[in-house]
Design a protein around this ligand. Structure first.
Ligand code: GRF
Length: 203
């Protein structure tokens, strides 16, 4: 399967997915990187990989529709089977999502439906929860609301800061995202209503 990676910054999730595709843990091939931030570290990384880069600097577009239309036009030639939003910090509208219904997967650094939106790690920390984690889910027109594919939990310690908690969550994000994308690329996922089947390890 052909996968287009979307990232906005450090790109550790995009890198984890890229490496898993390169070594066959995911039956997929990275086709391109879409990035909205010209200075993002992931751009240098993609250059080293020799991966085509689609730079869509949001500031250069008059509005969201022009921004999304540009991205759709640039990724179409790759005919992607899957779009992975790996720390992509832009909301995508129903117009964009409709073009790839059921083929966009996002990672969110909290246990949805808790703590939707930005700075989810901070939201959890400030809520005083004892358990938080990450969620890999299909993207729908509603933000952070699509069918859940994989979740992983982490404890919150009294000694934690938002940073130490975010780092603990991030360590679970990479294997969670890899597992979800590997299942998708092996055609093992089915969405029935709001539930994704095919992820059960049978315990
Ligand atoms: C991750 O914590 C992700 O969940 C959130 O932003 C961070 C991106 O990290 N959306 P990276 O760019 O994948 O390293």
């Amino acid at each position: 399967k052909k996968v287009v990676l979307f990232a906005s910054g450090r790109g550790s999730n995009a890198t984890a997915l890229y490496e898993a595709m390169r070594d066959g843990r995911i039956w997929g091939e990275a086709a391109a990187l879409v990035c909205d931030m010209p200075q993002a570290a992931i751009i240098q990384q993609a250059q080293q990989w020799g991966l085509p880069i689609i730079l869509a600097d949001r500031k250069k577009f008059s509005d969201q529709h022009a921004f999304e239309t540009y991205i759709l036009e640039k990724i179409a030639p790759f005919q992607p089977d899957l779009l992975c939003l790996a720390g992509f910090m832009r909301i995508l509208s129903a117009y964009f999502v409709a073009a790839y219904e059921g083929k966009i997967i996002n990672i969110h650094p909290a246990l949805l439906p808790s703590f939707r939106g930005l700075h989810a790690q901070r939201q959890a920390f400030e809520a005083g929860v004892k358990i938080t984690g990450c969620t890999v889910h299909f993207v729908t027109a509603q933000m952070d609301d699509g069918p859940i594919i994989v979740q992983a939990a982490v404890p919150v310690y009294e000694s934690d800061t938002v940073q130490t908690l975010a780092e603990r969550i991030l360590r679970k994000e990479h294997p969670s995202f890899i597992k979800a994308v590997a299942l998708f690329c092996a055609d093992k996922l089915q969405i029935k209503g709001h539930t994704v089947y095919g992820t059960d390890t049978g315990e």
